[in-house]
Design a protein around this ligand. Structure first.
Ligand code: MTE
Ligand code: MO
Length: 390
């Protein structure tokens, strides 16, 4: 039922779907909005109608299962609950700046190679915000009466199933899981967030409560959070086991069934780099130098240490002039994107502008798109052609 959707500033966005609402900001607006993306420019990715959850009545359920389970309707779990008021008063809150990037960012590049399944996103399905909330590890250590030693043991094999209070057609609700080791890592910065950029979460972005899993694909940052279950297996939600996987290139719609189970679910992001301005087929007025701007990011908190630009389709490269990326002041991890810039003297119509990044582990990007049926994690060199400077 889409009769209660929030209103959105549509002019900032390229709308890929209205029901469910899926939209990415125009790239020039995204990069010019600065390091912290205001909600009005922040991409929006939904699998169903936006739920209307009553802040005061919302309860989050928390439990531990000792046998593998599917997460839905677990009778044998002793649930604990906390309200939004509990969350905001019982535990200290922290601010974490982190980017969310959909695993389907740049799916359009893979769709050009061969048919893919999914929303055909361009390169704007990423944004960065400061999230305020409570560390998941604080809540788990405090509320669950699991002895410290046992929790320490569970960290090696357990998962945290995260379920939403919404309705989607693929499954009973949106759900996902992350390894318990990520949730319990005090430097992993996983939080249950109720504020975005200093304001209470909007409905589009998960009100009243969402998970933020820094360094991971956006799909793990579950919005409208209702259930948290520690379990010995990964979530069996559609979104964990039948989606968000890089299926091998020989797998397509006919033979995907058997490949899903043998392919791991995505967690950490790969290295990504996009040119936001100038855009393909644009005309720049004036003969002066052109400022080429974009973003870059990697997964797992790895920083971007180099961004390179080519004007000749990737034959020769030069470093960009400036890369701005700030690590989290407490953990030292790079959860937030890097914005970069390079001034080039001029751009000729025959130039092909290409960008690529390297992260602190030396990971970089493939020259050509690597096709996969779900069209995820496309991080091929980013190319901009046909820019005219008059
Ligand atoms: N959580 C719920 N409950 N429902 C959803 O559809 N989409 C996921 C994730 N969490 C989703 C969700 C995906 S795929 C992404 S990329 C991010 O939320 C998008 O977050 P945003 O809409 O705040 O940008
Ligand atoms: Mo996503």
């Amino acid at each position: 039922d889409y009769s209660q959707e929030p209103t959105r500033p549509l002019t900032n966005f390229i709308v890929r779907n209205h029901k469910p609402f899926n939209a990415e900001p125009h790239l020039d607006l995204l990069v010019n909005a600065g390091t912290i993306t205001p909600a009005d420019f922040f991409f929006k990715r939904n699998h169903g109608p936006i739920p209307n959850i009553h802040f005061d009545q919302h309860l989050v359920y928390l439990g531990v299962a000792d046998t593998p389970c599917n997460g839905h309707g677990q009778d044998n779990v002793q649930w604990k609950t906390f309200s939004m008021h509990d969350l905001m008063t019982r535990w200290p809150s922290v601010d974490i700046a982190a980017s969310l990037q959909c695993a389907g960012n740049r799916r359009d590049g893979l769709a050009k190679v061969k048919t893919v399944k999914g929303v055909i996103w361009g390169p704007g399905t990423i944004s960065n915000a400061v999230w305020t909330g409570v560390r998941l590890c604080t809540i788990l250590s405090d509320l669950l009466n699991v002895p410290k030693d046992l929790l320490h043991d569970m960290v090696r094999t357990y998962h945290v199933s995260l379920e939403a209070d919404d309705h989607v057609h693929e499954d009973c609700c949106y759900g996902s899981s992350i390894p318990l080791r990520k949730a319990m890592d005090p430097l992993g910065d996983v939080i249950l967030a109720y504020k975005m950029n200093g304001e209470m979460l909007s409905r589009d972005h998960g009100a009243p409560l969402r998970v933020i899993v820094p360094g991971y694909i956006g799909a793990r940052s579950v919005k409208y959070l209702q259930k948290i279950l520690l379990q010995p297996n990964e979530s069996r939600s559609f979104f964990q086991v039948r989606d968000y996987k890089i299926l091998p290139p020989w797998v397509n719609s006919d033979n995907a069934d058997s490949a899903w189970d043998s392919t791991p679910s995505l967690g950490e992001m790969n290295v990504q780099c996009v040119i936001c301005t100038p855009s393909e087929h644009c005309t720049i007025k004036g003969a002066g130098p052109v400022s080429v701007k974009g973003y870059a990011i990697s997964g797992g908190g790895r920083g971007i240490y180099r961004v390179e630009l080519s004007l000749d389709g990737g034959k020769t490269w030069e470093p960009v002039d400036k890369i701005e990326q700030t690590p989290d002041p407490k953990s030292g991890m790079y959860w937030a994107w890097a914005l970069w810039e390079k001034k080039v003297p001029r751009i000729r119509a025959s130039d092909e502008i290409v960008a690529r990044a390297y992260d602190s582990a030396g990971n970089t990007q493939p020259e050509m798109p690597i096709w996969n049926y779900r069209g995820v994690m496309n991080n091929a060199w980013f190319r901009v052609k046909d820019v005219a400077q008059l």
